[in-house]
Design a protein around this ligand. Structure first.
Ligand SMILES: *Cc1c(COP(=O)(O)O)cnc(C)c1O
Length: 366
């Protein structure tokens, strides 16, 4: 059987252990693991299963389509979806027991029309994005309380999301969130679930954990921000991205490599052609900075990252056609990590793993 040119191995045991580590590190009554965007490119279903074994009590996704995929795979754990289309049909989500984030009166009315929904009210405590702003909170909370007391839906949760600008701004957001919880209590609504912290805030600020923390990137073993690098070292990157050495050739001094000849050999050397490029998620922006590991040795990627290929300067090392190039994986194995690729591409690791392309063959590792 032909070896696929590009492979993404995803370790379920790494996910499970990361979730266990995070639960010990940032304890809360509930631990949600966020599996939106196909589990940050790792495969939502397998990640969800591994996370539940590791002790996750909730799963989070952006949209209802993602939530229904979990249900269709037979996953019965609590699931929350928080981003909805303007004309979203909430019927199937409610029928399949998906809890719904809601931030507008229109959403609440349309969810109430279905009957029997579990709702988490979304409060903008300062991120400036998708929750209800302070100016419309009274209107939304009045309506939510009425629908809740009339039994048309249940306000099971209140949630917010943190900007991560500074410690002071995160704590100010928590104060705003507490104020919102108080305004709901004044209306006789006391949501069981109160949550605002994603990976970075959950790790950094115990006071932001409330009843539930929502881990995305940290569960995948990657770095949520520069402030949590030390903690990230206790986690294991769950994805190893490999491609094949498909050609090795000699260059003379002065020979140029790849488009625009951004790189030229200074002295005679050998280069290996590796079968993954920007269409597979190798960031083009990492041109001139990245490294890969072949046979346990790190080599520089030289010249422009192309759509299907990268070129690696292997010097006089005994690299052969058919050898495996590891682009990113667990740094404990001596290979680069997705965190490194994020630095090389001037982005964040989220942007690396969520862009693994559709040609990459996923391989689930227990
Ligand atoms: C994506 C997301 C998360 C997870 O964020 P991480 O930084 O990956 O932990 C949590 N909550 C909400 C609302 C999100 O959109």
């Amino acid at each position: 059987m032909t070896t696929p040119l590009r492979r993404a191995f995803v370790s379920a045991s790494a996910i499970r252990r990361n979730v266990e580590t995070l639960r010990a590190l940032a304890p809360a009554t509930d631990t949600m693991i966020v599996v939106k965007a196909n589990g940050y490119g790792h495969g939502a279903i397998n990640v969800a299963r591994a996370a539940l074994v590791g002790g996750a009590t909730w799963l989070g996704v952006a949209d209802i389509v993602e939530a229904l995929e979990l249900r269709s795979a037979g996953i019965t754990a609590p699931v929350l979806a928080w981003l909805h289309a303007p004309d979203e049909d909430f019927g199937e989500a409610v029928a399949r027991d998906i809890a719904l984030g809601a931030s507008t009166p229109d959403q609440l009315n349309r969810i109430a029309a279905v009957g029997g929904a579990s709702v988490h009210l979304k409060v903008d405590s300062g991120l400036g994005r998708n929750g209800v702003g302070p100016d419309r909170r009274e209107e939304l909370f009045d309506l939510a309380a009425r629908l809740h007391h009339d039994g048309r839906l249940t306000i099971d949760g209140v949630m917010s999301h943190v900007a991560g600008t500074s410690r002071a701004s995160d704590l100010a957001q928590a104060e705003e969130f507490v104020a919102a919880i108080g305004e709901l209590a004044e209306r006789g609504v006391n949501p069981v679930h109160q949550h605002m912290a994603a990976s970075a805030a959950a790790i950094l600020h115990p006071s932001l954990r409330f009843t539930m923390v929502r881990f995305g990137i940290a569960a995948y073993g990657l770095n949520a921000s520069d402030d949590v690098v030390d903690v990230s070292r206790e986690l294991t990157p769950a994805m190893r991205f490999e491609a094949s050495v498909v050609n090795v050739k000699s260059l003379r001094a002065g020979d140029g490599v790849s488009y625009n000849h951004l790189w030229r050999a200074e002295k005679p050397t050998s280069v290996a052609l590796v079968s993954a490029g920007y269409a597979d998620g190798v960031p083009r922006a990492a041109t001139g900075r990245a490294e890969v590991a072949i046979n346990g040795v790190r080599f520089p990627v030289v010249g422009r990252v192309a759509m299907d290929q990268i070129v690696v300067d292997v010097g006089s090392a005994p690299v052969r056609e058919g050898d495996v190039a590891v682009l990113w994986g667990d740094p404990a194995d001596g290979v680069p990590s997705a965190n490194d690729w994020a630095d090389w591409a001037n982005t964040i690791p989220y942007d690396i793993v969520t862009h693994v392309g559709s040609r990459v063959v996923a391989v689930d590792v227990p």
